[in-house]
Design a protein around this ligand. Structure first.
Ligand code: FE2
Length: 276
């Protein structure tokens, strides 16, 4: 790759240009070591408090902002929120969703996929089908160990974020444009030998960004790997979800200071196991 993907967190123009051009980039040094450590500790507490998660496993928390305190300290970091506002083109934001992932050594590369559900045919079947419909960056993730192909982290397929992108010769996507397959195979592709493959290399305090439609995958995990992220959306983007506001959202609101409570105006929470 012969272009730059690393930008200062205040270089909004650089970040936006890279996202639009390549479909991904890295904002440098968004969080400091003390916050990195606190987030890792909260991820352990939320997902594996007894540290009993076996090797070669992954666990997800799909409402991490409702548990985390450190993420809400981040919300008071003006560089971070200014970057979020620039990414969304709006300053009046609400929380859209959040998550944390813990993986243990031996967890293999996942299946290449897009988080975007805007190309799905047929009625919604999962919470993602309501939440992942917008052209806002899909990934705004802290890989708290950093990302490196030798250790763990994130890989993307460059340029895969545009509607006219086609899979390389010998590959295709399913009709919903979610998973990528090698022609003739029935399980989604989960290897690195594909044109456009870019394993991201980043430091623990960096924010990894990718566009709504960018095809991505988790790299093979050779360490206890922590990641988390918060996504916001403009309050003007009002969404209808079929689930009632979970009680956990009321509990979150009750513990936030007033200036942060406004970020919950429009937040739907998530019922991860929602089914039609
Ligand atoms: Fe994903």
């Amino acid at each position: 790759m012969s272009y730059n993907i690393y930008f200062e967190k205040t270089d909004h123009e650089g970040v936006l240009n890279a996202l639009a051009t390549y479909g991904y980039c890295v904002a440098r040094n968004v969080i400091r070591p003390d916050l990195i450590d606190r987030l890792k500790g909260e991820i352990d507490l939320a997902l594996d408090p007894e540290r009993t998660l076996p090797p070669a496993n992954g666990k997800f928390h799909l409402t991490f902002a409702e548990e985390s305190h450190a993420l809400w300290d981040l919300v008071d970091n003006s560089d971070y929120m200014n970057l979020c506002a620039a990414l969304l083109g709006d300053r009046q934001l609400c929380l859209h969703r959040s998550a944390a992932i813990l993986r243990t050594p031996g967890d293999p590369m996942g299946a290449w996929h897009s988080d975007h559900r805007g190309h799905r045919k047929g009625p919604p079947t999962s919470a993602n089908d309501f939440l992942n419909l917008y052209s806002m960056p899909s990934g705004g993730w802290f890989y708290l160990n950093g990302s490196h192909p030798d250790r763990s982290g994130l890989a993307v397929i460059e340029y895969s974020h545009t509607p006219d992108w086609q899979p390389p010769e010998g590959f295709h996507m399913d009709q919903d444009r979610i998973f990528l397959y090698r022609d003739g195979e029935e399980t989604p592709f989960n290897q690195s030998d594909i044109p456009g493959y870019v394993p991201l290399i980043s430091e623990p305090g960096d924010l990894l960004l990718f566009a709504a439609m960018t095809i991505h995958v988790n790299l093979p995990t050779n360490e206890r790997r922590y990641s988390c992220g918060m996504a916001f959306r403009p309050k003007t983007v009002q969404i209808d979800v079929p689930w009632a506001l979970p009680e956990s959202v009321e509990r979150l609101k009750a513990r936030l200071p007033a200036h942060q409570q406004t970020l919950l105006e429009g937040y739907t929470g998530i019922v991860p196991d929602w089914k039609p």
